[in-house]
Write a protein that binds this ligand. Structure first.
Ligand code: GTP
Ligand code: IMP
Ligand code: MG
Length: 336
């Protein structure tokens, strides 16, 4: 059984938090990272500890799971080797042998390019240039890098064998729908599609194997980098609402805006969402911070959640009321 979690807006919806909650709760046998590469920064907060993960699957706190990085994901060897030793996941992590490799020259090109860094506002992590080389068929693969040898894996084979045995697999995307190379606000997008279909491809799972697609939306979406944001508010308004955020990878200030129902509907459609995870409900009103039961939410928060469900036409099954793993309302039993 496969569940995919992807972002429905411009990334940073809190996928890291949602995925880590789901993994501790549902105990998947395999947690596989899909998505673009180390341009992502997933924040996981648990018991006073905070992790900022760029390539490691966010569910790593569930320590019985095998952790995999799919072939579609770009790997920066320094980043992943650093995370492996910092998190002590040497024995559990597998990197598909065909993952594309980001090298120093990709990073310097990304940072120096007026087009990428200037016009698009890229993260400067080398992902765009590495995907250019991948399309050109000159990019190195993980199997060409000596330091990655102990971790090389055949991810599709492992995942599909596990599925045959009835095991649970959770696939985690990165970025968000609005940053999709195909469906986002082109050209102000990342270097690859970011929808659930792509996440399945990244890991080597066919469409018939996917049971659930959980799309994460933030109550006040954010965007880093350039590009249109139809519901954007001024930085002053974001400050006064207390919702100003800074990027996990780049430290850049995130632009903030109101919930965009049209974007959410379109994103749910292309992703074939079966569930919505709604994050940062505490941004709506502080009374809802830390709630763990639906009944603890303010009338305002409840009305917002019910409105999203009605207007997008997909059940809201997970409600996040704070960055901590425990600050979650899980409605799956009653709604599914
Ligand atoms: P990308 O893959 O880079 O798109 O990131 P992401 O979706 O994993 O999100 P990221 O961790 O970059 O940003 C989300 C931020 O919101 C982090 O600082 C989280 O700790 C925080 N966060 C997650 N859920 C909630 C929530 O319900 N309330 C509040 N206040 N913060 C939250
Ligand atoms: P790139 O993926 O580094 O090429 O950046 C392209 C665009 O996607 C820029 O607007 C980035 O800010 C945005 N972007 C890339 N990764 C993330 C992410 O993980 N969270 C939010 N925005 C991102
Ligand atoms: Mg992020």
């Amino acid at each position: 059984m496969v569940t995919i979690v992807v972002g429905g807006q411009w990334g940073d919806e809190g996928k890291g938090k949602i995925v880590s909650y789901l993994c501790l709760k549902d105990k998947p046998d395999i947690i596989a990272r899909a998505g673009v590469g180390p341009n992502a920064g997933h924040t996981v907060k648990h018991r006073e500890k905070k992790y900022a993960l760029r390539l490691t699957p966010s569910g790593f706190l569930y320590d019985k799971a095998r952790l995999l990085i799919g072939a579609g994901v770009l790997v920066n060897p320094h980043v992943i080797l650093g995370e492996i030793s910092a998190l002590g996941i040497e024995k559990r992590l597998g990197i598909d042998k065909r993952c594309g490799i980001i090298e120093e020259h990709h990073i310097s090109y990304d940072k120096k390019s007026k087009h990428l860094s200037g016009k698009i506002g890229s993260t400067g992590t080398g992902c765009g240039p590495a995907n250019i080389d991948r399309a050109n068929r000159t990019l190195k693969q993980a199997q060409d890098v000596a330091g990655l040898e102990p971790y090389l894996a055949d991810v599709p084979l492992e995942v599909n064998e596990a599925l045959k045995k009835g095991k649970k697999v959770l696939i985690e995307g990165s970025q968000g729908f609005g940053l999709s190379l195909f469906y986002g606000t082109y050209p102000f997008v990342t270097s690859k599609d970011t929808s659930a279909g792509m996440a399945a491809v990244d890991v080597g799972v066919g469409p018939r194997k996917v049971k659930d697609v959980i799309v994460a939306f933030k109550s006040y979406p954010s965007r880093v980098g350039e590009g249109p944001f139809p519901t954007e508010m001024s930085p002053e308004e974001a400050e006064s609402l207390g919702i100003a955020e800074y990027g996990t990878v780049t430290g850049r200030k995130r632009r903030a805006g109101a919930f965009d129902y049209d974007q959410a509907r379109y994103s749910a459609m292309v992703n074939s969402a079966s569930q919505i995870a709604l994050t940062c409900i505490d941004y709506l009103d502080r009374d809802s911070k830390g709630a763990r039961e639906y009944g603890e939410l303010s009338p305002n928060a409840k009305a917002f959640i019910e409105g999203v469900e009605r207007k997008v036409g997909v059940p809201v099954t997970l409600v996040s009321t704070g960055p901590e793993m425990s600050e979650t309302i899980d409605l799956r039993e009653e709604k599914l």
